[in-house]
Design a protein around this ligand. Sequence first.
Ligand SMILES: Cc1ncc(COP(=O)(O)O)c(C=O)c1O
Length: 428
Amino acid sequence: MVDRSYQVSYPQRGSVLGESEIAAVARLVHSGNSLSQGWQRLEFEERFGRHVGTPHALSVTSGTVALEIAIRLLGLRRGDEVIVTPQTYKATIQPLLNYDVTVRFCDVDPRSLNATAETIEPLLTSRTRAVLLVHYGGVPCDMDGITALTRPRGITVVEDCAHAIGSVYKGRRPGALADIGCFSFHSSKNISTLGEGGMITLTEPGLAERVERLRSNEADAVYEESLQPIGGWTGAQPWMMHPGPSFTHRCTAVRYGGTNATLSEAGAVVGSAQLDRLPALMARRRLIASRIDEVLARFPGVSVQAVPPDATHSYHLYTFFVEPESGIDRDRLIDRLDALGVQMQLRYFPLHLLAEWRARGHGLGECPVAEHSWFHRQVNLPCHPGLTDAQVDRMTDLLEAALAGERGKSGATAAGRTVAVESAGVSL
Ligand SMILES: Cc1ncc(COP(=O)(O)O)c(C=O)c1O
């Protein structure tokens, strides 16, 4: 592994935590209140639900747990089929490995890298039970077309919104666009709940009740039961309503084995403080993205990730594409940028090509657009509010120099301006 200290690195933190978050944790600690399952969590959930626009928002300990629970809610049975996007982080679909179902990878749109109605429709059958999507990088999927396919067929759509905090689609927020929304507040995400955390957003009260029980070890059945004392045993227990030779008591039981996955109070107070800051954090992401956009616009054959009409990007990831007509070799470009100190991480390796999915019969050629994109044309750049102005200047200078160098190798000009190779201190 190359050990480099990058001048412009991918985020260890996707958000900026400051005095308001520290003060919120200090208040909590000094309050003497419980640090588990208290009212701070309820307040954060209420606020997050209002932000997303769903009546129910239930916090959990990570985005992965949110997805595990969402997939449990689907009640999948042997022989069911689930359509999934290949262009996401593995956690979106990993829980499906535990079910005896057929997973169908739909391809993605080459401009947005999102699954679309066109890529999903050919895979629909009478056994399709669910579709798992991601709003890749923070660009909302074109959900109207997708839900027009799924709603009449009773197919549940799970939106993985791990990248989409701050995105908007036609005046609504991801997480409220289909049936179940799953969010991550991991340290790298647009807002964080002190490192780990997640949220499930829902409209259906019955599902919300099930999530409540699944995430908190709660019994989900209450019934009256009559017991006959066993021989020699006479001790009455405090929970018995009518101790005596024969008695009835209220009994609770767990039908669906759950877990304890509730967000800590510390995570919740930090999450609330981060929600207050979201507009400023988004403005910073947009500003950085617009600086990169300006550079890329000077290079024909280089395009940015397409956003549907009436939608806004959260810029969780900044993705662009290098097409053959640009005369730029993608692999050389990313090697060069990485060597210059701009950290390169290509997100994400198409999931159907991961060993666990190949072992289940998936493989090359199944999603040609996603494969071609990852292997040949896509580039991801660091874009997070922790970048300083100097780092943004440096990245945009290096990007311009690297693109120009790869295109012509002759001190090429971009839009009539000589590329500032010298000022970037780059030797090409
Ligand atoms: C698209 C996507 N889904 C799910 C997850 C999992 O979230 P977490 O890290 O909170 O478990 C991530 C985060 O890394 C992600 O990027």
